[in-house]
Design a protein. Structure first.
Length: 504
């Protein structure tokens, strides 16, 4: 990494903390604090993404650098300060409690920020240890790469190193803390600026810093926009809203549930960011969330993600409103969010169902499908993939998607299929469907199998999934029996598969 032309745009372009590192504290007036990563006892490289390396212009993996043990000339490491609304409530200053950015590089005129997650305590660690465990690091590495290859905007992962350190976690918050192997993922994105990065300055009435961050973000990351007047700010926010709605429409397409859509986990670029207690729908259940921390209200359930996106955009608008003469103009942004979500969602559904051009009456076809799929437990991924290969409207063809394999298929299925078949004139756009309905996603139990092996020192399952999920729309006949299957019974109620907490 010493060969990279390191930049420090964010540090030079926004106000920061005078102190380097230091204890957990409030850091008013700052967008960042310089921090040095902690020393890790025995870093070992376990996973590596060749493509991200190529994107960065990197040829070799240096585990001492990827663990934060060695800084190379040009790096100027820092943690970002931000706030956020968590589960609907303003939570005050949060910030990177364990993420440390090493610096930025430029590739094809884009800035790429390179960040270690789990590299040590920062002024934003609060009561936590600044570490990440192997299980959550595998989940972040595999899922962020899989999402990218599914065509879902996402942060990327370059590497995963184990640190040789044990980290204590109480996985289900039930008073049974246990040591786990520590790990660090090196992740890459245009930036890790979040909605909460702006909110913190508005909440503290620090409009100078807010202005500086908005100017910086637009200048460096949205070069087609400007921050010079209200109308320009509105145009920029419309773009942010559009990107956000696009990412969420993709989540709905592939059955992804983020799990913690707090505003500190909303990327200003519309990237899927901060892979924590996320999960994938197996049985098609719009009320499902994997996050046990959210079990009582299920705020972040699958079927509510688009609404939450709007709520989160509204919090961003409230922050930027402080910089505007006529903040009422921001209503346009919310309207635009809903309109663009609808557009992306229509496109997404017409692709999933091979409909061609979306027609108004298709709304009914889609809601009919949603209720049909909930009549009996049905695997979302298998259902849509098999639907893509159907040559006559025959519910039996879809039987592998049903959890109770020998059970009766409800008559509503036949009725819906007949309706769909009629809508597509017996000729669904099959090639389009095959590109919209992945055969392989990182099912919760698949990630868990990778973790179980990795915790015993064997990363081959993780690597197998990493490779397979680079082409999730391809058939991979040799993988079919093992990975194109419904959730096995052992995973139904297993912690880490159906239940996840924020403890990572
Ligand atoms: P998350 O829900 O993972 O996005 O985290 C919410 C906040 O808690 C962020 O500010 C994180 O940086 C912080 N955080 C989570 N885990 C840790 C940890 N082990 N050490 C320090 N800060 C953490
Ligand atoms: Mg976060």
């Amino acid at each position: 990494m010493s060969s990279l032309p390191w930049k420090a745009h964010f540090l030079h372009g926004t106000p920061g903390d005078d102190q380097v590192g230091g204890s957990s504290r409030n850091v008013p007036g700052a967008c960042w604090s310089r921090v040095n990563p902690d020393h890790m006892p025995k870093p070992v490289l376990r996973m590596w993404s060749d493509e991200v390396a190529v994107m960065l212009g990197l040829e070799v993996a240096e585990e001492d650098v990827l663990s934060g043990n060695r800084l190379v000339t040009g790096m100027d490491p820092y943690s970002q300060r931000y706030g956020g609304h968590q589960f609907g409530r303003w939570a005050g200053q949060l910030g990177d409690g364990r993420a440390i950015t090493l610096g930025e590089v430029e590739a094809d005129n884009l800035i790429l920020e390179i960040q270690l997650k789990g590299a040590g305590r920062t002024p934003y660690s609060r009561f936590a240890d600044g570490r990440a465990v192997l299980r959550s690091s595998i989940r972040e590495f595999l899922c962020s790469e899989a999402m990218h290859h599914l065509g879902v905007p996402s942060t990327r992962a370059l590497s995963l190193v184990t640190t040789g350190e044990e980290v204590i976690r109480d996985v289900m918050y039930d008073g049974r803390p246990a040591p786990e192997p520590g790990a660090i993922v090196c992740r890459v994105a245009n930036s890790f600026i979040r909605f909460g990065s702006f909110e913190i300055h508005a909440a503290t009435g620090d409009l100078t810093t807010l202005r500086a961050l908005v100017d910086y973000t637009i200048e460096k990351h949205f070069p087609n926009h400007s921050s010079s007047c209200d109308d320009e700010l509105v145009e920029w926010l419309i773009e942010v809203a559009d990107r956000t709605s696009l990412a969420i429409a993709h989540w709905m397409r592939v059955g992804f549930v983020h799990g913690v859509m707090n505003t500190d986990n909303m990327s200003i670029h519309g990237l899927t960011i901060d892979y924590g207690p996320y999960g994938w729908l197996e049985g098609f259940d719009p009320t499902w969330t994997p996050n046990t921390t959210d079990a009582s209200t299920k705020r972040y359930r699958y079927g509510q993600q688009a609404e939450v996106g709007a709520w989160n955009i509204a919090r961003l608008l409230e922050a930027v409103a402080h910089l505007m003469e006529e903040p009422m103009k921001l209503n346009l942004v919310l309207d635009s969010y809903y309109a663009s979500y609808q557009e992306h969602s229509h496109k997404m559904w017409s692709e999933k169902l091979g409909l061609g051009r979306f027609e108004d009456s298709d709304n009914e076809l889609i809601s009919g499908l949603s209720s049909t799929l909930q009549l009996i437990e049905t695997d979302m991924t298998i259902f849509f993939r098999l639907l893509s290969t159907m040559d006559k409207p025959d519910a039996e063809h879809l039987r592998p998607a049903i959890y109770n394999g020998d059970g009766d298929i409800p008559a509503e299925w036949d009725a819906w299929l007949a309706r769909w078949w009629n809508r597509v004139n017996g000729a669904p756009e099959r090639a389009v469907m095959m590109r919209a309905n992945p055969k392989y996603v990182l099912r919760n139990w698949m990630a868990q199998m990778a973790i179980d092996s990795a915790e015993n020192g064997d990363f081959s399952v993780a690597e197998e999934l990493h490779q397979m999920l680079k082409t999730p729309y391809e058939e991979h006949p040799t993988h079919e029996e093992k990975w194109f299957i419904k959730r096995p019974e052992w995973a139904r109620n297993r912690v880490g598969c159906s239940m996840l907490s924020c403890s990572s």
